[in-house]
Write a protein that binds this ligand. Structure first.
Ligand SMILES: *Cc1c(COP(=O)(O)O)cnc(C)c1O
Length: 818
């Protein structure tokens, strides 16, 4: 993907960068250019780029310190970063310089780029949001630190063998990580277990002494995060766990060799792997250890920084905001209280005011099974002092309600931090809510639903706390880096200012939607991206795609609520219709799927197998004459997303209404000019407002209708089958094994289950989806209309920039930008 530069490059800059790379190759990598492998070049380029980041990084850090600027700490168990080479070069304005410098050395930067492993320290949307936010905060000059875990193994690598998902260990650190700085001197002790004793001089018993049984060490690794045009550089600080070496050496010397090593392994297991769950899985002890480990390290670190500069923790909310990305860091409420009361000697009330004033919490899901709870027994065992603090917070909270004459038993039960039915458990969502001054949802609909579902009662008690911050995406990655062709067109059409102010400037593109010459160019850039993707698909899975077909794309985690199954049913229906009526002039279509299923999520894994079974059948059916192709691309990750999204004509955002908190791939696709087929769910609602419903294909039940059906217990799909011969035929074919002749029973359970209890209303929405897809095909037949809408999607996607989202967080929650 070579790129001509729109501006002339300074030869002196090129020479300087070339020398810098050669010097890194020689003195840091230790290789002679004559004998360097591609990977050596990657390392040398990354190190040369990193050098350019260090000065602005230190400048920025000094500026924040001197100005005593409010700091924002973003705590997230996940950062789905992807590759950083183009991110850094592009934000530093060095991309063309580097490309030229490398070309002078006969090295192709665009090939070397592919060697960087994705930093996949996250499962999906939630982790990617954290990565987009880090970039936007640096771009806007928010003095932000990201805090998370430096997992040795990120999200598993997905291999597809015989159509089934296999999980393989991910090894992104095998060749080292040129972006990070190890900070061996930044280290904290993290305790687990043990007991708590009263302090004799504290009659109220607020302060306690915790003597942990085990201590683990955390060590910081810093990655600089460069904002657009290098304006500001923030820090992503990730923690690695190590055994407390003194302890372990003593045991070793005492002869307990195996025990000492086991301790080490146990300690280090905390930062070994990203928890391989996506929203539906139950937790386990290691996960709670991970959560506490990174929260405690981060809070100790930020308090140390604060004490050095300010010294009075009661003033913490004036200088510090801590954003909790979902409930994973919710133990921060109890840990901050512990540090303030037990360690720094604040009174309970002072500490509570400072805690609530500092913390804010982002909710990401309404799915009851995904709301974190921990058994009281485990909590008492692992974090005895925190369990006490949680009981005390709960008691004061309930007391305060009673004092206000609130005695409603149902209400008190609902807002309690302890869930009493089926085993006593700590509700992390309620803990995060009560301990925060702001609780936000991630799209308008999701926030509305939060107020009437999960946090209905807490919202009644604290009506000012819940607010909405609709998610966004960083355009630097999801447009400038991933789609340089479209970016260049935009610069040519509306000027280079669009790169700095896309939120307002992109709207100028609206008038270009009516210019045939511009639409033609738009089609051409899309076609190039499709050719590029077709090549990738052929290389990876051997399926040949026609770049002139309609590319219909659904890429995201595989989850029943996201309804890949609905898309597959449509694929089968289309297949059957094409075979039954070959005389019709069908729109050639390519169905592209990608996504990982959680390792223990059996129905999701079966859906992957079904996609592959359908693909094999359809792709090998000569009667179709290539009118329909199905491709399931293995190992979906950020880099694959960057290749797929610019090539999509149609974006599938078809979740059961009320289930997708926001979605962000919907925004990435629209920005790149794909049209959306989708339900009115998550941020699709805001998209329909910004872009116009007439430039999308909206279908299906509304969240309200879904809710009514759920309340009435109407899950049986038989009525829908009776009403739809098409759906009936599709389900029968899958049921009898038409796509699984090697195992005709493979999908019987899936289909029988779907009919008996259609939890996600796949059948209920099928006919409406089919009709919407017919409208898609008809629209595609009118290129003028289609491409006009495509251009308008790009023109009107500006609001979905994560810069807009971050400005709203900074203004409403953090009070961090003037
Ligand atoms: C954007 C993104 C997601 C989120 O996709 P949704 O469709 O919004 O769930 C997940 N994974 C990757 C790699 C992404 O880039």
């Amino acid at each position: 993907m070579s790129q001509e530069s729109p501006v002339s490059i300074d030869p002196a800059e090129v020479a300087a960068f070339r020398e810098a790379v050669l010097s890194k190759l020689t003195y840091s990598v230790g290789k002679d250019p004559e004998h360097a492998f591609d990977h050596d070049w990657f390392e040398a380029i990354a190190l040369a780029a990193r050098d350019r980041i260090v000065d602005p990084w230190m400048d920025h850090t000094r500026r924040i310190y001197r100005g005593n600027q409010k700091r924002v700490y973003y705590l997230s168990l996940e950062f789905l970063i992807g590759r950083l080479l183009f991110d850094s070069l592009s934000n530093l304005g060095l991309l063309d310089v580097a490309r030229q410098a490398l070309a002078d050395l006969d090295v192709d930067l665009d090939r070397i780029r592919q060697l960087e492993p994705d930093a996949a320290l996250g499962n999906g949307g939630l982790g990617r949001l954290a990565a987009c936010f880090m970039e936007s905060m640096a771009t806007l000059g928010v003095a932000a630190h990201g805090y998370g875990i430096r997992y040795e193994h990120g999200l598993f690598r997905q291999a597809i063998v015989d159509g089934w998902q296999h999980e393989q260990t991910e090894t992104w650190l095998d060749f080292g990580n040129p972006w990070e700085f190890e900070r061996a001197e930044v280290t904290y002790k993290i305790g687990f277990g043990g007991g708590v004793t009263n302090l004799p001089d504290d009659p109220k018993g607020e302060r306690q002494h915790w003597e942990p049984a085990d201590v683990v060490r955390s060590i910081a690794y810093d990655t600089p995060v460069v904002g657009w045009r290098g304006r500001a550089v923030n820090t992503l600080r990730l923690w690695r766990a190590r055994a407390e070496s003194d302890l372990h050496l003593e045991r070793f010397n005492a002869g307990d060799h195996v025990g000492a090593v086991l301790d080490e392994a146990r300690a280090e297991s905390i930062s070994r792997v990203l928890y391989p769950a996506d929203s539906t899985e139950a937790g386990q002890q290691l996960r709670l250890r991970q959560e506490y480990f990174f929260v405690s390290s981060s809070l100790q670190d930020l308090i140390r920084r604060f004490m050095k500069q300010n010294g009075d923790l009661r003033e913490l909310p004036q200088y510090v905001s801590i954003q909790l990305n979902d409930t994973h860091p919710a133990i921060a409420v109890a840990e901050l209280m512990r540090l303030m009361v037990d360690v720094h000697g604040l009174t309970w009330d002072e500490a509570w005011t400072a805690t609530v004033g500092t913390l804010s919490y982002t909710n990401h899901t309404l799915l009851p099974e995904a709301l974190e709870t921990w058994s009281v027994g485990l909590m008492e065992h692992l974090l005895p002092r925190h369990m006490q603090i949680i009981y005390l917070i709960n008691a004061y909270h309930i007391d305060a309600l009673r004092a206000k004459d609130l005695h409603d038993f149902e209400l008190l039960r609902a807002v309690s931090l302890i869930q009493e039915d089926n085993g006593r458990r700590v509700r992390m969502g309620n803990l995060a809510f009560i301990g925060s001054h702001s609780i936000n949802g991630v799209s308008g609909l999701h926030t509305d639903l939060m107020r009437v579902t999960v946090f209905k009662h807490l919202h009644q008690l604290y009506p000012d706390r819940i607010n909405n911050k609709t998610n966004g995406i960083t355009f630097r990655r999801w447009l400038y880096q991933s789609n340089p062709r479209l970016t260049r067109m935009l610069v040519d059409a509306i000027g280079p200012e669009v790169l700095d102010e896309p939120e307002t400037r992109l709207l100028q593109l609206e008038s270009f939607a009516d210019k045939p010459s511009f639409r033609k160019q738009f089609v051409e850039q899309r076609r190039e991206a499709k050719v590029h993707l077709a090549n990738l698909v052929r290389e990876r899975i051997g399926v040949v795609l026609d770049p002139d077909a309609l590319f219909d794309v659904q890429v995201k985690r595989i989850h029943e609520y996201k309804r890949q199954l609905l898309n597959l049913l449509h694929t089968v229906a289309l297949y059957q219709a094409m075979r039954a009526e070959p005389h019709i002039d069908w729109v050639p279509r390519v169905k592209i799927f990608a996504g990982k299923a959680a390792a223990s999520y059996h129905s999701a894994k079966l859906i992957i197998k079904l996609a592959n079974d359908i693909a094999r059948t359809v792709n090998n059916d000569p009667t179709l004459r290539g009118m329909l192709k199905v491709a399931f691309l293995p190992n979906y990750n950020v880099s694959l997303a960057e290749a797929i999204i610019p090539a999509a004509d149609l974006s599938e955002q078809i979740s059961t209404a009320g289930y997708e908190a926001s979605g962000t791939s919907n925004m990435k696709f629209a920005l790149n000019g794909a049209l959306t087929i989708g339900t009115l769910d998550g941020a699709n609602v805001e998209m329909s407002e910004q872009i116009g419903e007439e430039h999308m294909f909206i279908f299906g039940m509304s969240a309200r209708q879904v809710e009514a059906r759920k309340a009435a217990g109407e899950f049986n799909a038989q009525p829908w089958l009776d009403a739809s011969p098409r759906l009936n035929e599709v389900l029968q074919a899958i049921h009898r094994g038409a796509f699984s002749p090697d195992d005709p029973n493979r999908y019987k359970g899936l289909i029988d289950g779907l009919i008996a209890h259609d939890t996600f209303f796949v059948c209920a929405d099928f006919d409406d989806y089919w009709d919407a897809q017919r409208k898609v095909a008809a629209y595609w037949r009118s290129p003028k209309l289609w491409w006009r809408s495509a251009v308008l999607n790009t023109a009107r996607a500006g609001w979905f920039s994560s810069d807009r989202t971050i400005r709203e967080y900074a203004r409403d929650i953090w009070k961090a930008l003037d």
